[in-house]
Design a protein around this ligand. Structure first.
Ligand code: NAI
Length: 425
């Protein structure tokens, strides 16, 4: 409940949304469209050419047809959504009437800049312009328009018509009206809106990047990726990081890492084993093979000895000493500490206003087990001093990765915990 009570948010400022536009009909554009159609909102989708437009419509109709087949609703409801509420076009001018436009084109700054330059020309005054970017700087995107106050991030999660989380990303110039509209939209779509500030990955993907990284460090040093997945699942997550990679598509992380390297990333790099998979077109479930092998039609993968052999090979080639395999408890101490430490930095920098915002993002969008409370609450329950002791212990081995968040050091020094920063919940 507290996550929707953002300090300074005035729900009364939300704009009335009667019609929406979506740019792109891929994985996310079609899911976002469906989410709005199910809420009764008319949606105009824009694709870049006729071929992609046909694919965009097919993506939307496939889910609608599945719903009929499963008896969730009848054909008449499906037809109303597909034929009356939904329109697909290649003409951006068709968006001139929309109160809200959400961009879900490629994750490429130049593409996004091009789209927002066009939106500035075609959107009516006062329309809210949002980007579903996973990582990119919303300030740069907003700067392409003459109305940066109307621009914000609306970061949906895949599949967007099912996942409950909506990160509402506030850029430097985002107006209180745009923010309030983001929260009102979340409510209307039956989603949990959480406010986030601009940084690489906002709240969720920024923390995700850290625990994927620590998982990669553990693999590189000799712990099996399958042991990590098992420990994470036994802890209460629906899946481990490698199962998640296979589900989401290993090509996505591969491209994001290439971008970071191109931008000058210099830290320790332990993702060679996942790059190895991606380079061979083993993208996970969609290609039948990734970290696991998926026999025809199977959603649950089986372990792949070739992958384990490749990991050993990479370790040898990089000259990294193999350490003894970590126990489930040791794996989880590192996995959770990585999450908590970054969560604290996210709060320290004001990207999340309170620890509870971090917890809700991780619960609603990243499968954090509810009974553990989210990573920040979990840290409080375990004892923040114990978490800090873990971080300091791990830092002896890898001081670059394990820089304790100042916020944690300060709280421990004062005998306080994260909950003390949540205000009146
Ligand atoms: P996708 O590749 O499945 O779809 C992108 C679509 O945008 C394509 O159909 C393409 O034809 C269309 N497009 C590209 N440029 C266009 C333009 N100038 N005008 C109109 N349409 C254009 O990509 P996906 O996965 O749907 O991602 C879209 C955005 O959502 C990206 O920014 C991504 O980072 C973000 N995102 C992706 C998530 C995921 O799990 N796939 C999760 C959350 C956010």
């Amino acid at each position: 409940r507290a996550v929707s009570k953002v300090p300074g948010l005035d729900a009364g400022k939300a704009k009335d949304i009667r019609t929406a536009g979506v740019i792109g009909g891929g994985t996310m554009g079609s899911g976002i469209t469906l989410s709005m159609l199910f809420a009764g909102l008319p949606v105009t989708m824009v694709e870049r050419n006729e071929e992609q437009a046909a694919r965009g419509r097919a993506n939307v109709e496939k889910v609608l047809d599945d719903g009929v087949a499963r008896g969730k609703y009848d054909q008449a409801y499906r037809d109303k959504l597909a034929n009356e509420l939904y329109t697909i076009t290649t003409d951006f001018n068709a968006l001139s009437d929309c109160d809200l436009i959400i961009e879900a084109a490629f994750e490429d700054m130049e593409v996004k800049k091009g789209v927002f330059t066009t939106l500035d020309k075609v959107a009516k005054p006062g329309a809210i312009l949002a980007s579903n970017t996973s990582y990119l700087d919303i300030n740069q995107i907003a700067a392409m328009t003459s109305r940066p106050e109307s621009v914000l991030g609306l970061h949906f999660f895949s599949p967007a018509h099912i996942m409950k989380l909506l990160e509402i990303v506030v850029a430097d110039k985002t107006s209180p009206e745009a923010l309030a509209t983001g929260f009102a939209l979340a409510k209307r779509l039956g989603k949990t809106g959480a406010r986030a500030g601009v940084c690489d990955g906002f709240i969720g993907n920024r923390i995700l990047e850290r625990y994927l990284r620590i998982a990669a460090h553990m693999v590189e040093e000799g712990t099996s990726p399958y042991a990590i997945d098992k420990a994470v699942v036994d802890f209460g997550y629906p899946m481990g990081p490698h199962q998640m990679g296979d589900l989401a598509g290993l090509d996505i992380g591969f491209m994001a890492r290439k971008r970071r390297i191109a931008e000058g990333y210099k830290g320790r790099y332990a993702f060679d084993y996942l790059d190895w998979l991606a380079e061979q077109g083993r993208f996970g479930q969609k290609t039948g093979r990734g970290c696991y092998i998926y026999p025809a039609g199977a959603r649950k993968g089986i372990e792949d000895p070739e992958f384990l052999a490749a990991i050993d090979d990479i370790r040898r080639k990089k000259g990294i000493a193999q350490k003894p395999e970590l126990s489930a408890d040791e794996i989880m101490r590192r996995y959770m500490a990585a999450m908590i430490n970054e969560g604290a930095k996210v709060v320290e920098e004001g990207i999340a206003l309170r620890p509870l915002d971090v917890d809700v993002v991780m619960l609603a969008g990243y499968g954090s087990p509810r009974y553990r409370g989210g990573p920040m609450k979990y840290a409080d329950m375990r004892g923040l001093d114990k978490v800090l002791a873990d971080i300091r212990e791990f830092a002896e081995d890898d001081p670059d990765f394990w820089k304790p968040a100042k916020l944690i050091e300060d709280l421990v020094a004062k005998g306080q915990n994260f909950s003390s920063l949540n205000g009146a919940e």
